[in-house]
Design a protein around this ligand. Structure first.
Ligand code: FES
Length: 443
């Protein structure tokens, strides 16, 4: 009989990847504030890369739509009467007014508020006032909204402004199959916050491309996860530009073995949920991780979970990824956090930062405690989109700590005294990210 701790048949290949060659080029502060650099990024990256526009669940039924603003463009995503999800430039072809102003909704016809042209969700012009007044006859049925490349994968609608872009699967490379393992389609978005921040979008992606900052920005996490780079696995996926990091979780860093009180206090709720007595780990809190993995294997099915496709490590550890250019996420079988940093339309020192948390509700359970967010979530309650500026809204305790850094970092990056980054070895993913940017700019 196979041991409970042996990985069952599963999908993720956790084999460490070879480190690609990295440049030693300076990462200058001007990359974060130069308008010229911002314009180059727009032409070479934002109009060429696959980007997450929104969720497939936002366009569940024919006639559903949502809009996604990226830089100076607005993209309209619809589900057509034929059931197909499509994306269009959100522009009325009559005289250029933005067609849809709402963030999301449902309409049989999408009407322009300027002269009343109306379009089907499939993008076809269906009505114009005074059709006899057009030379050549009514434009209905002849004019369409300008289409944008669009694919649905892992519960997201991905868009690409480049009609000649390679398919999404090619762009995602090895990350795509790893993502599939988590069945994002079965999770529900239970948090949605957008902040307008006064920092460049790369501050976000840099931050989530390293864990060097964890003991200082997130000191509490030392009690429940390993942070030493010597015990974590970092992989860089060349040439795709994506990266991943595995960090042991559900136990303290080895150096904190003696802080059992804090560890047990932080983990008591989860231990109790899985039928474990915190006191059993007072002498050796490092044993919590393996005990939790066993408990989840033994009791998961009875509690409505299906862990068969996951490694034991996936049940407790932090599997963190970045997708070039602007997505980062941490995956667990019962929930995951996704972060997106979009550029501002005109100001390189501003960006839009999205936090989405997705919860996988066990079979038959509507209310569930999301450990990563530190609060209960409800399957049946609609999730409001909360938008604001930094300080107004919380993205959860951990992410708020990250957010607190970026405004101050942007000021430093703008200073004449900043001479460019000095990176540690464990910040190789930051170097890789900037090398990937350069590669796209040069292409
Ligand atoms: Fe839309 Fe005229 S610009 S109908």
């Amino acid at each position: 009989m196979a041991s409970l701790l042996e990985p069952p048949a599963q999908r993720i290949d956790t084999t460490p990847q070879p480190m690609p060659a990295l440049s030693g080029r300076p990462i200058a502060g001007s990359r974060y504030w130069s308008r010229d650099f911002m314009e180059r990024e727009w032409e070479a990256i934002w109009t060429k890369a696959w980007l997450i526009g929104g969720l497939a669940s936002q366009v569940e039924k024919p006639g559903d739509f949502f809009t996604y603003h990226i830089g100076r463009e607005s993209i309209l995503v619809t589900r057509g009467e034929d059931g197909v999800v499509r994306a269009f430039y959100n522009v009325c072809p009559h005289r250029g007014k933005r067609l849809v102003m709402e963030e999301e909704g449902h309409a049989k016809r999408l009407a322009c508020s300027y002269h009343g042209w109306r379009f089907t969700p499939d993008g076809e012009l269906a009505f114009v006032p005074c059709p006899e007044d057009f030379a050549g006859g009514s434009p209905c049925g002849k004019v369409r909204l300008a289409e944008v490349r669009c694919e649905v994968f892992a519960s997201f609608v991905w868009v690409n402004l480049d009609p000649d872009a390679a398919p999404l699967a090619e762009h995602l490379g090895p990350v795509g199959p790893q993502l599939e393992c988590y069945r994002m389609e079965q999770m529900r978005r239970t948090h949605w916050v957008t902040l307008e921040g006064d920092w460049n979008w790369k501050c976000v992606q840099d931050n989530f491309n390293e864990s060097y900052h964890l003991p200082f920005v997130h000191p509490q996490t030392r009690f429940v996860m390993e942070q030493s780079y010597r015990e974590c696995q970092f992989d860089l996926y060349a040439p795709h530009g994506h990266a991943r990091m595995f960090m042991p979780g559900s136990r303290p860093a080895r150096s904190l073995r003696g802080h059992a009180d804090t560890v047990l206090q932080m983990m008591s709720r989860e231990l109790a949920y899985w039928g474990l007595d915190p006191e059993d780990f007072r002498e050796d809190p490092l044993a919590i991780r393996e005990a939790l993995q066993r408990a989840k294997r033994e009791k998961g099915a009875a509690k409505g979970y299906d862990y068969a496709r996951f490694h034991d490590a996936q049940l407790t550890d932090h599997f963190h990824y970045t997708i070039f250019p602007n997505i980062s996420f941490s995956l667990k079988p019962d929930g995951c956090i996704w972060l997106r940093a979009d550029p501002h339309p005109t100001d390189p020192e501003r960006c839009f930062f999205d936090m989405w948390y997705f919860t996988w509700f066990p079979e038959g359970v509507d209310r569930y405690y999301a450990y990563s967010m530190g609060q209960e979530v409800d399957r049946t309650t609609p999730v409001p989109h909360r938008r604001g500026v930094v300080g107004e809204l919380s993205c959860g305790p951990g992410i708020d700590q990250d957010v607190s850094i970026w405004s101050e970092q942007q000021k430093g990056l703008r200073s004449r005294g900043y001479r460019g980054a000095h990176l540690a070895g464990q910040e190789a993913r930051v170097r890789f990210f900037h090398d990937t940017i350069d590669r796209w700019l040069e292409a």
